[in-house]
Design a protein around this ligand. Sequence first.
Ligand SMILES: *Cc1c(COP(=O)(O)O)cnc(C)c1O
Length: 405
Amino acid sequence: MSTSKSRSVPDKAGKFGRFGGRFVPETLIPALLELERAYEEALQDAKFVQQLENLRADYAGRPTPLYRAERLSEELGGAQVWLKREDLLHTGAHKINNTIGQALLALRMHKTRVIAETGAGQHGVATATVAAMFGLECVVYMGQEDIVRQRLNVFRMELLGARVIPVTSGSRTLKDATNEAIRDWVTNVENTFYIIGSVVGPHPYPMMVRDFHTVIGREVRQQLGAHSIGAPDWLVACVGGGSNAIGLFYDWIDAGPRLIGVEAAGHGLESGQHAATLSVGTVGVLHGARSLLLQDDDGQVQLAHSISAGLDYPGVGPEHAWLQETGRASYASVTDSEAVAAFERLCRCEGIIPALESAHAIAYLYQMAERGELRAGEVVVVCLSGRGDKDVAALAEVLGKGDER
Ligand SMILES: *Cc1c(COP(=O)(O)O)cnc(C)c1O
């Protein structure tokens, strides 16, 4: 793992500018410090780094291909579009990059039990998968609402030997599942490792989860190099918590391509039903870190909405809030119906069924092309964060009704 850049930001307190930090109950501070120390030591341990690399290659399926999408490029007016195929990884999305890393740390720290929060169930499945592989006890917290919406993933987790605990408090979705997971961790911190699913939460999680995903951008650099392309003009990725996006961006964080994160605009920003935290959120503290979030005037966290369950989160990773503030990255949003249209177009023109999350990134390319921002010959790399098998049933409903477009 390359670690040179990861040491400069965040600072020792886990701050990315005014974002990030460690806002947790007193009882968790020793656990976070222990985790930070164990992580630093692991990075210096050649055996750990080798084990991580082996599992990435032999278990998860890295490196993932970088595919030049000719027909999509043509449809967009001639910019060269490359798709980074994280959808081809084991379990169907980028999330396994992170769960392998954190599970290895859990073993190193002699924890016998791992817990996770999950919304759509993708992170829950990726956690249950590595827990099974390592023989760790696994408990996944999931909102009752999401359990109903994502039955297939609940069944997958159970097949993998995990216990899925329904969360019936609050809005019964990801935000509440995260609260429950934190509560479990406070109680069982002695033997339990909390595997967080994105670049969110208290320090060191946003840094650590980022580092486990930076392999995405490093591979892209090598793969483009093999085609004699030095640097792309644009990097585009969808943003829920922000882990696949930072994983793609990070190798170019200091200079180079324009970085674009695409959030879910749901039914539209003006509707109030969306998950466009970076676009319209305000500063606050959620799940252990200061970042931007969707909240009302009293500081009550609002319900996020997106057709894609993986983007449906009222917070966002603190590093993205900082990258937006410094101007290094920009963030846009696309609606449910734009994402569905892009989903269908990618199926038809490239023979790839993307996750609805990833379809948001593809949809933004069409917006750029319409505005004339994408010039012929420019190189665009899009992170295809996951595959769409999980979304096919929901899509059939939407497209069957034919009223969403
Ligand atoms: C979970 C998920 C996302 C959103 O999470 P990030 O942390 O923003 O990457 C995006 N795409 C897929 C396929 C997912 O499963």
